[in-house]
Structures are given as structure tokens and as C-alpha cells.
Ligand binder design. Structure first.
Ligand code: SIN
Ligand code: FE2
Length: 202
């Protein structure tokens, strides 16, 4: 684990944090998690299915439907979320140096054409904890804006193995994924991109 850090609008971006072996190890650790908690397409509060398929690990999973965005303690099939795999927690430890560990690992799977609109991560109780994002698989065009909606933005391509820390003054900065370059990576047998976001919920 290494990589060069770069700051953009208050986000710390670790390009190439995970080498190929670490990326493959992470995918292997996620496979049983996704088998136990299959990804699904949450509905937006407006009732439209999201293009990104999601699942979670940890005590809490992020969920959305017509009742709004929230954390829930079970998968829609009624079972508790699987534990967050150790190699995922080790990334959190390495980039945050915090004693406290995340209690949610949201797993976002982007297939061809999937995107994520500009949003803040604000369903957690305490914004002094950072959110850590890990990219695996296809490249994604990540856009970073401001602490309020709108205004100028900067974009950068996130590649497999990149880690982003969204914390401090930038904890509530708007961000989103405009598109992925489907087929740009061979890491995932089924293609596409997995993004993990680690959050302290309570
Ligand atoms: C997110 O903001 O939850 C996901 C970001 C990403 O996919 O890189
Ligand atoms: Fe987010």
C-alpha cells in the first residue's frame, strides 16, 4: 500500500494506494460478502431505481426508498449485513490513523451506463468522522463540487486501487460519478466498477 496523495477541494486522493495484488485480494474478500448480501437497486425517494447496484457490510447498510435515505441493520431479504472484511478495515486504519473503525461499508457496483448524481454523504450522526472511498475495477470520472449545491467543480479519473478520504472541512462537499469507462479494467470478471465507502454511522 502506497501511492501519491493529491489534494483536490479538500479531498485527499491516494492514487495507486492498492497494488494489483492488494486489489485482487480485496475482490476475493468481497466475493462472499456479495454472495451473502446480493446487490440490489435502491429506489430514490422519487421512486426511480438507481443505476448503481448496492449492498453493504458492517452493522449498518445504507438504504433508500420512497421513505428516504437511511441506514438499516438488515439487507432487504431480512438478514443482517455480513462483517466488513479485514483488508477493507486495514485501508481505513492506514489512511485515517483513527482508533474508531467504520460501522458501514457501502458497496456500490457500477455496470455499463451507471452513474451517481452530485450528493452529500449526510445520513451519518457525526460529520467529524471522515468517509473513505476505495475504487476497484473500471475507471470512473469523479466530480467534486462545493459544500452547497452548484458552483464550479473539478473532475478527475479514479482508477482501480485509488483511495479518497472525504473529511475535515470537505466532509460535506458535494461529489458524484459522471460515468465509468466500461471495460477499462480486467480486475472484475463481470466487468464494471466497485466502489467501497467506509462510514462511521452512529
Ligand atoms: C459515493 O459517493 O458514494 C460513491 C463515490 C464513488 O463511486 O466513487
Ligand atoms: Fe458519496
Amino acid at each position: 500500500m502506497s501511492g501519491a496523495t493529491l489534494g483536490l477541494r479538500g479531498f485527499a486522493i491516494w492514487k495507486g494506494f492498492l497494488d494489483g495484488e492488494a486489489q485482487a485480494g480485496l475482490v476475493a474478500a468481497l466475493r462472499p460478502v456479495l454472495a451473502a448480501a446480493p446487490p440490489f437497486s435502491p429506489l430514490t425517494p422519487y421512486g426511480k431505481p438507481m443505476s448503481v447496484r448496492m449492498s453493504s457490510a458492517g452493522r449498518f447498510g445504507w438504504y433508500s426508498d420512497r421513505k428516504g435515505y437511511r441506514y438499516v441493520e438488515t439487507h432487504p431479504d431480512g438478514t443482517p449485513w455480513p462483517a466488513i472484511p479485514a483488508p477493507v478495515l486495514e485501508i481505513w486504519d492506514a489512511v485515517t490513523g483513527l482508533e474508531r473503525r467504520p460501522d458501514c461499508c457501502l458497496i456500490n457496483w457500477y455496470g455499463e451506463g451507471a452513474r451517481m448524481g452530485m450528493h452529500q454523504d449526510r445520513d451519518e450522526a457525526d460529520f467529524s468522522w471522515p468517509v473513505v472511498s476505495v475504487s476497484l475495477g473500471d475507471d470512473a470520472l469523479f466530480r467534486i463540487g462545493n459544500r452547497t449545491r452548484g458552483g464550479a467543480t473539478d473532475s478527475l479519473w479514479l482508477a482501480s486501487g485509488d483511495v479518497v478520504v472525504m473529511g475535515g472541512d470537505a466532509r460535506l462537499t458535494y461529489h458524484g460519478v459522471d460515468r465509468i469507462r466500461f471495460g477499462s479494467s480486467r480486475l472484475l470478471a463481470e466487468g464494471g466498477r466497485i466502489n467501497l465507502t467506509l462510514r462511521v454511522v452512529t
